[in-house]
Write a protein of this length. Structure first.
Length: 108
C-alpha cells in the first residue's frame, strides 16, 4: 500500500508540482531582470522535461531510477540561481536620490 502511495506522489510531482513551479517562475525570470534570462529559459526547459517524463512513465508503477535521479537537476538549478543572485548583489547600483549611509564614519 505505502509503495503505491509513494509512486503516486512521484508521478504527481513530475506531472503537476514541478511544472507548476518552474513554468511561472521561468516566465517571470524571462520578463524581469532579477536573474539572467538564461535561468528563465532553463526553468521552462525543466518544467517541460518534468511534465514529459511524468506523462511518458505514467503507466509504470514506479518511475525508473534515471528519471527519479533527474529530479536532482532542480537542486543544481536552485544552487546556480542562488550563486547568481549573490554575485549580482555586489553589482547593484545605488538608487538615484538616496544617499549611501556609512555607519562607520564618526559624527553621523
Amino acid at each position: 500500500m505505502s509503495l503505491k502511495v509513494i509512486s503516486a506522489v512521484q508521478h504527481l510531482y513530475f506531472i503537476v508540482a514541478a511544472p507548476a513551479l518552474f513554468l511561472p517562475l521561468g516566465i517571470v525570470l524571462i520578463t524581469s531582470r532579477i536573474l539572467p534570462r538564461f535561468f528563465g529559459y532553463l526553468a521552462l526547459l525543466l518544467a517541460t522535461t518534468f511534465a514529459v517524463l511524468g506523462v511518458a512513465f505514467l503507466l509504470t508503477l514506479m518511475l525508473p531510477t534515471a528519471v527519479t535521479a533527474f529530479a536532482g537537476v532542480q537542486a543544481l538549478w536552485w544552487l546556480a540561481a542562488a550563486v547568481a543572485l549573490i554575485a549580482r548583489s555586489g553589482k547593484t547600483s545605488q538608487i538615484p536620490g538616496q544617499e549611501l549611509i556609512d555607519d562607520s564614519s564618526p559624527g553621523t
